[in-house]
Write a protein that binds this ligand. Sequence first.
Ligand code: KIV
Length: 282
Amino acid sequence: MSKNTVATLKAMKENGEKISQITCYDYSTARLLDAAGINMALVGDSLGMTMQGYKDTLPVTVEEMIIYGRSVVRGCENTMVVVDMPFMSYQISPAQALENAGRIMKETGCAAIKLEGGKTVAPAIRAITDAGIPVVGHVGMTPQSTNAFGGFKVQGKGEANARRVLEDALAVQEAGAFAVTLECVPPKLAALITKKLDIITIGIGAGSGCDAQVLVCQDLLGMFKDFVPKFVKQFAQVGDQMIDAFKAYDQEVKAGTFPAPEQSFAKSDSSDEFLAQLDSEY
Ligand code: KIV
């Protein structure tokens, strides 16, 4: 059993301990998150941008989430894995949402699913949680609605919008979710929502008052330079290190210095006499 479960994470919130989450899309990175003791991995549909090069998350399919999700689950012994439900896999009806959530859980082995929206998706969250599938909600800036928002914009600005974000978070809780992601929400509003909710709040661009924090892996490692959102802190410059390593490899291949004898299987080579015979035969 994983060290991080819905029950242990709830206990962390109750004890005032902060919870860490990072997005993850592959086995090798999952092994590293797990080794680092990260509490939760999110197989986010942000993989549409980070892994597939789309401009937003909308083209991602359930099948793709399952392929990436499985790889991450295989890499995590103790980190709890949450898989995103992609655009149009839950909006049509609670029955559609339940069917796809069940499929994602069955075919990946994840511990929970995440879906975007507040009041409007509450019936879908209820259907999924009633089937015993833990749900993380996602309110504030919900990237699947980027066309409706007119871009990736801060939500909860102004009184009516602040009330809407709070009511959405409350609706997600009421529907049975155990956590809710607050994305691009002003910090005082996010802290108030955290105070009002019993469930875990996971902030991204929502200040330090949330119970948990999540960042996109490529952002925190400094691997994705095209666009760095204001709320990102780059904890490393892995992108630069990768470029340096690729350049060094390229130079050694071209200079003929890689592979060196120590990277070759010289001991298994045939005798010079036999190789001379092969040379003459062909
Ligand atoms: O898809 C994703 O990575 C997310 C995070 C940004 C919270 O939803």
